[in-house]
Design a protein around this ligand. Sequence first.
Ligand SMILES: Nc1nc2c(c(=O)[nH]1)N[C@H]1C(S)=C(S)[C@@H](COP(=O)(O)O)O[C@H]1N2
Ligand SMILES: [Mo]
Length: 189
Amino acid sequence: MAAGSREAVPPGQYVTRDFPVLHVGGIPRFDPQRWAFSIFGEVEEPVQLTYQEFMALPTVRVVADFHCVTTWSAMGIAWEGVAFTEVMKRVRPKPGARFVMLHSEGGYSTNVPLDVLLDEDVLFAYRRDGHDLEPEHGWPLRLVVPKRYGWKSAKWVRGLEFMLKDRPGFWEQRGYNNSADPWQEERYW
Ligand SMILES: Nc1nc2c(c(=O)[nH]1)N[C@H]1C(S)=C(S)[C@@H](COP(=O)(O)O)O[C@H]1N2
Ligand SMILES: [Mo]
């Protein structure tokens, strides 16, 4: 580390130089012909985007740290993809639909309040540090929510469900904290 540079990590985290792989289950196979991104639940009109349509959306680049609840932090990752706010331009949630469930290939899910997702650093990423995401890191598309622990950053994401009431996702049902702010050490219930 260069003299004078200090990386700020949340309490209880250590900095790792590499980017570990962490998930439950296998790595799904990607078929661009069958892949679709679905927006459903409490919306005025459900939306489906094909892979081509999703890839045609305007792109952003976000540099952010990534904190896993198992205590590793990967610093300064450069993500490229589509801003959550960009996707929101195509959705009309019903009044009061303030919660979102992210759905991934293979049944993984995680819940995040809509106001957290509307942060400008939240994106659907398909590139990292100048190359396409590797299959194990979520190719062809993953969510990235830098201000929450890593389990909210759903890999192989395929859909957004809008909800009137909050509902726990995969890890949230298994004792992980609903809010998951690393700076508050919101790890488990
Ligand atoms: N679909 C899916 N996404 C997932 C997970 C998972 O098990 N399945 N694990 C989460 C957890 S706990 C972390 S820390 C990050 C890890 O991302 P990485 O494997 O790219 O480092 O992915 C998150 N996204
Ligand atoms: Mo994690």
